[in-house]
Ligand binder design. Structure first.
Ligand code: ZN
Length: 236
């Protein structure tokens, strides 16, 4: 069965319905109270929801207004730091990231990490809060082994054929820590430089499975089963 370890629905009822009809297990990300309400209405208890203050919103959402959602979510994320795709103050990002790491640690909830450009800082911070971590779409050639040593899970993104760092990671992650993600259809459009439709979603996941299976000398059907089992274990 197909799985998507990190997905943004962007309000698409069509995508939520397709995931349900095709029995695709997907962690649906929510990065605001409004998005939580929208996604809850779209998927109910059919899919696990993650909630966290994204680094891009580190100065627009207040801790007090998000704690009820952190309490309701099974998974905390995506949270982290980003020095590439946002101008949000890095000290503010670090402060909020650490508050969420501490919350997740204290409440024993697994975490999805965003690390763009801040791979070293994120690595340092998570070592203070031992937990089950999923490193989302890691695309740096640096520190890959350091994260692997911390026993993190890793999602491979839809640019696995074109980004050498992602290709390298797809080859090295221990098989029981390997996951596939789309990051939502907007991210696939960005990564593959082509417009994608909701109907393309299963084939996007299958394409990533084929590429990663080929890199690892496995049959795609076997890898599909392994990553599904890995995601189930991450959620347990
Ligand atoms: Zn994302």
């Amino acid at each position: 069965m197909l799985s998507d370890a990190h997905c943004h629905l962007d309000g698409s009822a069509e995508l939520a319905a397709l995931q349900r009809d095709e029995h695709i297990l997907a962690i649906i990300n929510c990065q605001s109270p409004a998005e939580w309400a929208t996604n809850l209405a779209l998927v109910g208890d059919q899919q696990p929801l993650s909630f966290g203050i994204h680094p891009w919103q580190a100065t627009t959402l207040r801790w007090a207004e998000v704690t009820p959602y952190l309490a309701d979510a099974k998974i905390i994320g995506e949270i982290g730091m980003d020095s590439v795709w946002t101008d949000v103050n890095l000290l503010e990002q670090a402060r909020l990231f650490e508050a969420q790491l501490r919350y997740a640690h204290d409440h024993r909830k697994p975490v999805i990490l965003h690390t763009k450009g801040c791979e070293r800082a994120v690595l340092t911070k998570i070592q203070k809060y031992p937990n089950r971590y999923l490193v989302h779409w890691y695309a740096s050639p640096e520190y890959q082994l350091d994260y692997i040593r911390l026993d993190c899970y890793f999602t491979i993104g839809p640019d696995v054929l074109t980004d050498p760092a992602v290709t390298q990671l797809a080859k090295t992650v221990p098989l029981n820590r390997l996951l596939i993600e789309t990051d939502g259809l907007e991210a696939v459009t960005w990564a593959q430089h082509r417009p994608v439709q909701v109907a393309d979603y299963p084939s996007i996941l299958k394409q990533s499975l084929r590429v990663v299976a080929n890199l690892r000398g496995m049959a795609p059907v076997d890898l599909e089963a392994v990553v599904y089992e890995n995601l189930t274990r991450f959620l347990s």
